[in-house]
Design a protein around this ligand. Sequence first.
Ligand code: BGC
Length: 759
Amino acid sequence: MKKGLFISLILTSILLISRAQSTPKLGIDPIADVIAAMTKEEKIRMVLGTKLLGNPSGEPIIGYTDTLVVGAAGTTFGITRLGIPSVVMADGPAGVRISPTRKNTNETFYCTTFPCAMSLASTWNTELVEMVGEAMGNEGKEYGVDILLTPALNIHRTPLCGRNFEYYSEDPLVSGKIAAAMIRGIQKNGIGTSIKHFAANNQEINRRSISANMSERALREIYLKGFEIGIKESNPWTVMSSYNKINGVYTSESFDLLETILRKEWNFNGFVMTDWGGGKNPVDQMFAGNDLLMPGHYEQMLKLIKASEEGLLDEAVLDRNIKRILDCVIKTPRFQGYNYSDKPNLTKHAGISRDAASEGIVLLKNENSTLPLGVETKIVLFGNTSYDTYKGGIGSGDVHSSYKVSVYDGLKNVGFRLSENLFNKYKDYLAELNKSYKIMKGKPVVPKPEMKLSEEEIIELEKESDMAIMTIGRYSGEFADIASYYYLTKEEMSLLKSIYKIFNKKGKSVVVILNTGSVMDVSQWNHMADAILSTWYSGQEAGNAIADVITGKVNPSGKLATSMPLSYEDFPSSAHYPGYPVENPTNVDYCEDIYVGYRFFTSFNIKTEYEFGYGLSYTEFGYSDLKKAVDFSNNEIHISFKVKNEGKTAGKEIAQLYISAPSAGKNKPAKELKAFSKTRLLQPGEEELIETKLKFSDLASFSEKENAWIVESGKYSIEIGASSLNTLLSESFNLEKKMKVLETTPVLPLKKNIAILKL
Ligand code: BGC
């Protein structure tokens, strides 16, 4: 043998042997090899967040980590020898939630508070939401975050849910489309999202233990549909299971939910994490396909080790879950060595936040064109939240921004001259009040009592002004629901009454601004307001965005993504909320079934104060030229129509398409939203052609009897208009044959008899 060949053979064998003996590395070697090189202990640590709560030396705070990015919600376990980094997760729905300050540095790490989810949904503008997502994702990436724990899209089943501000709508299509846009925007940056809380986390009362009991039809058509749309359209990297149970089973322990529906039916290929400390049995969670337990608990580790020693935890299950986690880790900026700046463009993002916030404002009432106002108008500004405006809600959905703009600041910024005297009075009053005012974790937030003003004082203020604005605020969030604060408090009502009486007598108007994280009662007092703006939690630029709408710089184009009925009792969930036993509920029966929100009001002819899809503009729109073409070869319907700005001000319109299915004996809602479209800014006289396509499968309802999504035969009506009640164009088409669009396996059966509402 030639000497050269001999040496090269030797070298190759050395290389091969050393290769075989060297430790595999993530990103270089196959993931299966990396997993095979883990010890049993390492495998168990990989399916737990790094926090290890309850660890004798561990830190006790949930949703907060000091490692890597201070104040982020949690981190995954890393194994350096295998090239696996620990990756960072941070909340949440209204911006990146991290700590704004750090030990040993004067540098700050503020983030933008964007408008809350409910405000974003009220824009019905998927392009805008995608832009917000892109900015939010960029901030996350520049601060070293790998996965943002958003979007949250639980259905607004009750107006009392403390976290409604983090969720989008009572309707799954709006929720799903807005969530899909948010995911697209964030993930464009190459960081991940976690669509949450999967599923049916519709109240805060006993959220960690309550069983939401419902039919499979309601589960699939209402509570899962938005997730299905978000996941299929935008492929989030991760899903977060919810705290609650569905029909007696913790969602994080439900194979039906996480494997059968999420993975088998919807082809989700990312990983599933628990909500922070969610569920009970880590072995069941592993088996159910809840791959990662966050933020990680010492007890969970002991239980998994024990189960594994006793042969009760199949190693193949662990391997499967770890593979899903690593498939995601490999995509993260941290794994790819991204050199983050800690300096996102906060100025640019503040501008995006302001634009989005103004578009989410819903003009509910505008008698005699009270709004918009010229900046020369002399306004008296009442209400605590005019001066201390809520930018966001409580808990993990809150963001640490460096400032917030109150309604007062915003109006001043655009040139209104406001009473300094009254400002100082409110400032002193609020400072004094705040000394004793406390928010108790787990208890409904009591609204701050309004400052008392005598009629004489209000008369004096009226004399120097042209009109009054009163802001009414509600603070809400994680850990507690809203309780009786759905209605105005006695003090608020009496202040509004006095203001209205005094100003109205002098022919001066009163405008009410709502600064809330959910819908609240309007029926008992809206006769005392000439104009009403529902502004939600508008983020750090709240006051500027509100001023933009008040001056007409922005023509309001938001519409309600959740109905405002005549009374709390009109919500179909009200008879069954918060569950039973009342003092400490363990179960809540979703007896209203699929009749949530406008599906209920329109099917049972219940009058609402402001219906789903409603919102006014400073201009008017005309609808025309509805055309439809049924394409039987592709199982589609093509629909087009025109929207024209017929008023004198430029504006945007949200056109909605509802379908009434053939209903005889079929227990179908009177109508269901199947598509929506927001026009561009239309100048007076300008027109936009809207074209949309529905698949026959979009018309399907879920049949428990047939275990399938079914499109019934018969006549379908198409209703196009400006709200769920304001139909402006209609058409119909016939489907001759009934169609089974998807067969399913029965899942999550109801374990008790509940009195399900039927039409
Ligand atoms: C919330 C989640 C959040 C997590 C981490 C939980 O309490 O329910 O929405 O992502 O904390 O902060």
